[in-house]
Design a binder for this molecule. Structure first.
Ligand SMILES: Nc1ncnc2c1ncn2[C@@H]1O[C@H](COP(=O)(O)OP(=O)(O)OP(=O)(O)O)[C@@H](O)[C@H]1O
Length: 541
């Protein structure tokens, strides 16, 4: 049984293949009963229906596949011959629930105790205004905001993913923001679908649930790593995905949108195209730059230092998460798998050999939770890598943290045999089948990767590279890596008032979105530099 399967249905699997059989035909009249749904025929007492005859699957245990195929062929006619009173009624089919729990306790019995709409296979979601029907076939995922269902659209002969938001005002409102931001990104910033952002197709309210239809995508990057047994992906794939994610981040920065939850689970592989293409999904936590409301954002492993410390944040937080994702694609494991926020910060400090800059620590709200202000200047342990940077703050020891917070911080296992980023990347085992002559090329690309990551997982959000700057790095462009990359400064953006107006009456009405214009920025080039960091990088070869 696959992960998550047990939670799908009350015991029985809501199989994709079942759905596909029915869906591919596009009509319920050609529905073929599943072989799993049979038990040997027992003459019914009087008038009987399908529901009284069919109990989920015993026949499969008794007979093999070919026999099942024969027995199930013309099954309705066979039943009719055996018992002329037999009537088939699809309405009486046992429902295969996709929502768990499937007991209707809210919203006149439509919703379960978690405010989720109770779905079953062949449940029909309807946009009442356009009359567009979405036939639910399976569940693709659950999340904070609700459920995502795989739905068949017979008019287009295709599947779409419909996110069905929980029937609660806060989720409804936030989901409208997702609709509005994605619409703006799709229509104004990426009309030709070239920037790796999921397409929104429709939105409507059904049974008091906001439903958002998206293009159907495939597995996410976490699943890809998992399928690869948590081994890292090859550098050319990491490079290809990095480039595509940067495309999306450039557009998002131009639009002034912060995703706020970038992680491998929210990057999906499109099944439509070859070579594989990824798309960013889940704008359910997104916000506009300069209008940041929430402080508790980003999934922990991908959380930026400024969010952790409670410092005003910008689109740069997505670049931090992006850096964490790129490292994870290469390593197969998260770079900073913090078991707690304290553990997360300690890991950042250990791996990067530094700490957030003093001006950030001075102004951040949560500094005292993690740092001690020692007044006199403190010389960081890893001076070599940071050219003798000093600080007036020292990170608390575990004991000091415990004394302050009255609880011991959770500390996770260290997975890598090396501590520093450079060493972790350089010593990561080579792919099994890597030819000898490829090794020096691989080493050089690894150097480029370290240099690339250094610009992304940079403590200082002001120094962290923008997506455009990062997109010119040799690791992304494939140019030979000859020196540490120094991006050109970006032209400051002319401040634009970003307004995201949400249509509070969805169902096919008008879209109101932000009026923005993308800003053109300088391209970047690599300037030679021969600092300690560069020499250290070359030593790795
Ligand atoms: N367009 C899509 N195509 C295929 N699967 C999708 C699509 N959109 C979402 N999913 C699946 O549904 C899951 C949940 O979607 P999403 O992340 O948008 O919901 P959420 O409620 O915001 O989740 P979270 O709690 O992670 O924020 C995803 O992890 C993915 O597996």
């Amino acid at each position: 049984m696959e992960e998550g399967e047990s939670s799908r249905v009350d015991g029985s699997r809501a199989g994709e293949s079942d759905g596909a059989t029915s869906a591919d035909s596009g009509s319920s009249s050609s529905w073929k009963p599943s072989a799993k749904a049979f038990r040997p025929y027992v003459p019914p007492p009087q008038s009987s229906t399908w529901a009284t005859l069919v109990k989920p699957g015993t026949l499969r245990v008794i007979v093999g596949k070919p026999l099942v195929a024969r027995v199930t062929k013309d099954i309705l006619e066979t039943f009719q011959i055996c018992n002329p009173n037999f009537k088939y009624s699809e309405a009486l089919n046992p429902k295969r629930f996709l929502t768990n729990p499937s007991v209707g306790v809210l919203n006149d019995g439509h919703d379960n105790a978690n405010s989720d709409l109770i779905l079953h296979v062949n449940f029909v979601l309807v946009n009442m205004e356009s009359k567009q029907r979405y036939i639910v076939k399976d569940i693709l995922g659950h999340g904070t905001f609700g459920q995502v269902a795989k739905c068949w659209v017979s008019e287009t002969n295709s599947y779409v993913a419909v996110k069905i938001i929980k029937n609660e005002p806060a989720y409804y409102q936030q989901a409208l923001v997702e609709v509005s931001m994605l619409h703006m990104l799709n229509q104004k910033f990426d009309p030709d679908d070239k920037h790796h952002i999921v397409r929104i197709l429709d939105y409507f309210v059904y049974q008091r649930h906001l439903c958002i239809a998206f293009e159907m995508l495939g597995s996410n990057l976490y699943e890809l790593i998992k399928m690869n047994n948590y081994k890292g992906l090859s550098l050319n794939i990491v490079q290809m995905f990095s480039k595509q994610i940067l495309h999306a981040l450039i557009v998002m920065k131009d639009a002034g949108i912060i995703h706020c939850d970038l992680k491998p689970e929210n990057i999906l592989i499109s099944t439509r195209v070859k070579p594989p293409e990824i798309k960013i999904i889940d704008f359910g936590s997104a916000c506009m730059e300069g209008r940041t409301i929430y402080s508790y954002i980003q999934s922990r492993y991908y959380r930026s230092p400024e969010v952790l410390l409670g410092y005003p944040y910008t689109t740069a937080i997505d670049m931090w998460s992006f850096g964490c994702i790129v490292a994870e694609l290469f390593l197969g494991l998260p770079l900073f798998p913090g078991a707690s926020e304290y553990d997360l910060l300690k890991r950042m400090i250990e791996i990067l050999g530094g700490q957030p800059p003093d001006d950030l620590l001075r102004d951040a709200k949560n500094t005292s939770k993690f740092f001690k202000h020692i007044g006199s200047i403190y010389r960081l342990e890893d001076d070599e890598a940071h050219n003798g940077v000093t600080s007036a703050y020292r990170v608390l020891t575990e004991e000091e943290y415990e004394a302050r917070e009255s609880k011991r911080p959770k500390m996770g296992k260290r997975y890598f045999n090396f501590v520093k980023l450079e060493d972790i990347i350089a010593n990561y085992p080579y792919r099994k089948n890597l030819p000898e002559e490829e090794i020096s090329k691989e080493n050089l690309t690894r150097l480029a990767l370290v240099d690339f990551l250094r610009g992304l997982v940079e403590f200082d959000p002001g120094k962290r590279w923008s997506p455009l700057q990062a997109s010119h790095h040799p690791f992304v462009t494939g140019e030979p890596f000859t020196c540490p990359y120094k991006p050109l400064l970006e032209t400051p953006r002319i401040p634009v008032i970003h307004t995201v107006t949400v249509d509070h009456n969805p169902g096919g009405g008008h879209w109101l979105a932000a009026g923005l214009s993308p800003q053109v920025s300088n391209s970047s080039r690599c300037l030679p530099q021969h600092g300690a960091h560069f020499q250290k990088l070359w030593k790795l070869r």
